[in-house]
Ligand binder design. Structure first.
Ligand code: GDP
Ligand code: IMO
Ligand code: MG
Length: 439
């Protein structure tokens, strides 16, 4: 099984980081293929909590080479900070362990300023971005005006000139909006220092992966964001600017489809969303608070990157079904099953009523989606704490029923669920593969 692609099946924060960490134990390479430091992937290990934004979540395994693909947008200064912070707590990061694509695009300080400016200008209609400069960086990429990580391999003066020109070009946009511009030379300074450090890590990732696959290496592609935030398939314009879905893994790393034999969707057992845009099953009140938590636990529903409270609601099977169709999941995993404990009854949105018509897939326009009334199926809940369960049979009957019903409604197997944030807090059906990759 040479390539497994792991993808968020909802609006991000499904628990991808912890699943990647688990799968990485039997992988050789973990490769991020989209997004930038808008991502926040949490891995809990022996009481320590690691929050990764750019560095792939396989980095905690000494057997794994971590790759940052060309589909990503990288802020070199933030990457350097993240590497330094990880090194301080003993994580081994060297160019043999971390490879950065020479074709990823660089997020400049001007992109960050433009992201903020655009959000401000949108007022109440804002996207609710993470303000990391993601949108403006991808805009320059597709507008063929960006600068790339490979440019950091140039002579220092030449890289500095490219960076300064790029910042000055963005200054034009800031000026046009009546906003303060950046001193390009000064803004570039910390980038030159970061480039100096990162240079030995930069390689052609597509060729690296091609050789690795020829040598029988097993590659896990780590999705960031989620299917419903995809630039093409999400609820545009309330999306991110990249392709977190299955196709994005291929273009975002430069690998061919014939290597892929497993596409694993990760979904939370309920729905969350952070930022603007329609969310048909969103709740207010006690149930939402039950899902969100108070913020006292690191796994409570507050953004890993921005700290914003996440919007919470019942599991939206209509959206999940759509994610299955967009990505062609071979299986689905449910996380945070433990959070459902203690609720008398559980609801699954199995269809939408829009203007009197029943829909099993989400409609195209946000206007229709805003009018969608979820049609719920109610299921019994359970009281028991399930965080110590390790086999499917130990789960309460109502929990098994919930999992099986979601699998049936989405027409995809669910053989693994998580019942807590730690590496071993997983429950597998007897039929599920014991290792992530079959060698
Ligand atoms: P990602 O962006 O998909 O990697 O997810 P985040 O890390 O942003 O958010 C998921 C949160 O849920 C993190 O705090 C995880 O530690 C936590 N988490 C993941 N799986 C479980 C689980 O099964 N139970 C509980 N209680 N927390 C979990
Ligand atoms: P992980 O990888 C949840 C959301 C933002 C906003 C929209 C656009 O941790 O699951 P952007 O900064 O990308 O231009 O913001 O996308 N968003 C995420 N939401 N998890 C993420 O990443 C996200 N990355 C972006 O909140 O609604
Ligand atoms: Mg996250």
């Amino acid at each position: 099984m040479p390539i497994t692609i792991l993808i968020g099946a909802q609006w991000g924060d499904e628990g991808k980081g912890r699943v990647v960490d688990w799968l990485a134990a039997s992988a050789d390479i973990v490769a991020r293929y989209a997004g930038g430091d808008n991502a926040g992937h949490t891995v809990a290990l022996d009481g320590e909590v690691y929050k990764l934004h750019l560095v792939p979540s396989g980095i905690l395994h000494s057997n794994v080479v971590s790759i940052m693909g060309n589909g990503m947008v990288i802020n070199p200064v933030n990457l350097l900070r993240e590497i330094e912070a990880l090194r301080r707590i003993g994580v081994d990061i060297r160019p043999e362990r971390l490879v950065i694509s020479s074709r990823a695009h660089i997020i400049t300080p001007a992109h960050v300023a433009l992201d903020k400016a655009k959000e401000l200008a949108l007022g109440d209609g804002k996207i609710g971005t993470t303000l990391r400069g993601i949108g403006p960086a991808y805009l320059d990429k597709t507008g063929r005006a960006g600068i790339r990580t490979g440019d950091m391999l140039l002579d220092v003066e030449e890289f500095a000139d490219r960076l300064v020109s790029a910042i000055e070009a963005s200054n034009e946009d800031l000026r046009a909006q009546g906003l303060e511009t950046l001193d390009a030379r000064e803004a570039a300074q910390s980038y030159l220092e970061a480039a100096d450090f990162l240079r030995p890590y930069i390689k052609d990732v597509s060729i690296y992966l091609h050789e690795a696959l020829k040598n029988g290496k097993l590659v896990l592609c780590e999705g960031a964001q989620g299917t419903l935030l995809d630039i093409d398939h999400g609820s545009y314009p309330f999306v991110t600017s990249s392709s977190p879905t299955a196709g994005g893994a291929l273009t975002g790393l430069g690998v061919g489809p014939l290597h892929v034999d497993r596409v694993l969707g990760v979904a939370k057992a309920f729905s969350t969303r952070v930022g603007g845009g329609p969310m048909p099953t969103e709740l207010d009140g006690d149930i939402a608070e039950h899902f969100r938590g108070s913020g006292a636990n690191f796994w409570d529903e507050f953004g890993t990157t921005t700290g914003r409270p996440r919007r919470c609601g019942w599991l939206d099977v209509v959206m999940l079904r759509y994610a299955v169709s967009v990505n062609g999941f071979s299986e689905l995993m449910l996380t945070k099953m433990d959070i459902l404990s203690g609720l008398e009854e559980l609801k699954l949105a199995t269809a939408y009523d829009i203007d009197g018509e029943r829909h099993h897939y989400p409609p195209v326009t946000n206007e229709q989606l805003e009018r969608a009334k979820p049609i719920y199926e109610t299921m019994p809940g359970w009281r028991e704490n399930i965080s110590n369960c390790r086999s499917f049979n130990e789960l309460p009957a109502a929990a098994r029923q919930y999992i099986n019903r979601v699998a049936e409604l989405c027409d995809v197997p669910i053989d693994i669920v998580s019942v807590g944030p730690e590496r071993d807090q997983l429950v597998q059906k007897a039929a599920a593969p014991t290792a992530a990759f079959k060698r």
